[in-house]
Design a protein around this ligand. Structure first.
Ligand code: IMP
Length: 189
């Protein structure tokens, strides 16, 4: 695990600030894993990773689940400008597991307007899972357009566009190990 100092030294100039460094992310994820493990004790769980933003979070979270876990993937894309959610959502890759009668935990990177998760929750509910809960690493409540209950939340953040740890801007920055605030004005230079 890189120290915050190493991260800062390698920071691209367009990352204005490191908001959540690796140790901060990892210790919160361990707490979330323990909480989820307690809540689902004795049950089997389908962890549904929402591609692509949740890849890092899902991989780290499942290591902390002391449960029988199946991992599946779903890919949805929203149309619109790169840093704005339009709420018009399309399913790009569906899940492979039959979730009827199963406990499903949807793992998201960030809930912004909430429109993506609202769509996902409604479409997954129609498949009659035994339960359907949401785990999101980040939440930006300032921009919420639909009421969205997040059962397990890592961090609440202010209204910044953030990248890293799976989150992208125009497909880049997902590999950065921390969450940083992107200064988009520096990208047009
Ligand atoms: P929502 O539908 O507005 O809640 O947006 C959810 C999706 O928009 C997330 O799963 C991300 O893919 C993307 N998104 C929202 N805010 C950010 C951000 O600050 N950085 C990177 N992606 C974001």
């Amino acid at each position: 695990m890189g120290s915050p100092m190493t991260e800062a030294a390698n920071k691209p100039k367009e990352i204005a600030e490191i908001l959540l460094d690796e140790p901060t992310l990892q210790s919160r994820i361990a707490e979330l894993g323990a909480e989820i493990t307690r809540d689902y004790q004795g049950e089997e769980l389908i962890v549904l990773c929402v591609l692509k933003g949740s890849i890092m979070f899902t991989v780290d979270l499942v290591k902390h689940l002391g449960l029988r876990v199946a991992i599946d993937f779903i890919s949805i894309s929203s149309y619109g400008a790169a840093t704005k959610s339009t709420g018009v959502v399309k399913m790009v890759k569906d899940i492979e597991e039959d979730i009827k009668g199963k406990h499903v935990l949807v793992v998201e990177d960030i809930v912004d307007t909430g429109l993506t998760l609202d769509y996902l929750k409604r479409s997954l509910s129609m498949r009659e899972p035994a339960s359907l809960k949401i785990c999101s690493l980040l939440s930006k409540p300032a921009r919420r357009k639909v009421d969205m209950e997040i059962d397990y939340l890592g961090f609440t953040i202010d209204d910044h566009f953030v990248v890293g740890y799976g989150l992208d801007y125009q497909s880049f920055y997902r590999n950065i190990p921390y969450i940083g605030i992107l200064d988009t004005s520096l990208l047009d230079e």
